[in-house]
Ligand binder design. Structure first.
Ligand code: OGA
Ligand code: MN
Length: 202
């Protein structure tokens, strides 16, 4: 069993979120970032959100481009990633009885200067989304590059909240309860890459 599964689950149970570094090795990050770039150059990415007349509205909310990872057309690196997530789902179900049945993941590419305003993942589209998972693919990311994930954590003994900012460094995984934690992607000074997905009940 992967020794990083336990600290992720432990974080979710105690704080509502889990963060681990080196969930992906540098080799895995490089391979997945290469696949992302190849697929981007091949024109496979689409602006995230909805299309048509809504694009202007959507751009004010989020500026990323995404590509869903399809098992049928996955490369070996992508298949290995999906397998790792499958093992994590199994572990999460065994330890927390979450009843997770399926998962969906997409690549996300935020061009420099783009962002994703404060939002809740579950509210947006799918109440079967239980856990949000983000794996970052940004090699040599520096604090000054920006692009942090901001989590808004409710403070239990007051009506206030606390903002936790997390740098999107290569190999880092962040996981949180999709229906509970509002969050935001802050603008970065360089392209920001990730694989983002949701673990869902059936
Ligand atoms: C999302 C999201 C966070 C991140 O895609 O819904 O909130 O850090 N992503 O990329
Ligand atoms: Mn989100």
């Amino acid at each position: 069993m992967n020794p990083l599964f336990e600290p992720i689950i432990d974080g979710i149970v105690t704080h509502g979120y889990g963060i681990v570094d080196d969930f992906l090795s540098l080799g895995e990050v490089k391979a997945l970032a290469n696949r992302l770039h190849e697929r981007h150059i091949a024109g496979q990415f689409r602006a995230a959100g909805i299309g048509n007349q809504q694009i202007l509205v959507e751009n004010a909310i989020r500026g990323d481009e995404i590509l869903w990872i399809d098992e049928a057309t996955a490369t070996p690196d992508e298949t290995a990633f999906l397998q790792l997530i499958g093992e994590f789902v199994q572990y999460a179900n065994q330890t927390c009885y979450l009843g997770l049945r399926e998962f969906e993941f997409h690549y996300a590419r935020y061009p420099a200067g783009t962002f994703y305003k404060r939002h809740l993942d579950q509210f947006r589209s799918d109440s079967r989304r239980k856990l949000s998972v983000i794996c970052y693919l940004n090699i040599d990311w520096k604090e000054t590059d920006g692009g942090q994930l901001a989590l808004y954590l409710p403070d239990s003994d007051s009506n206030s909240e606390r903002q936790l900012t997390i740098a999107p460094t290569a190999g880092r995984l962040v996981c949180f309860e999709s229906g509970r934690l509002e969050h935001e992607v802050l603008p970065a000074t360089r392209e920001r890459l990730s694989i983002t997905g949701w673990l869902k009940t059936g």
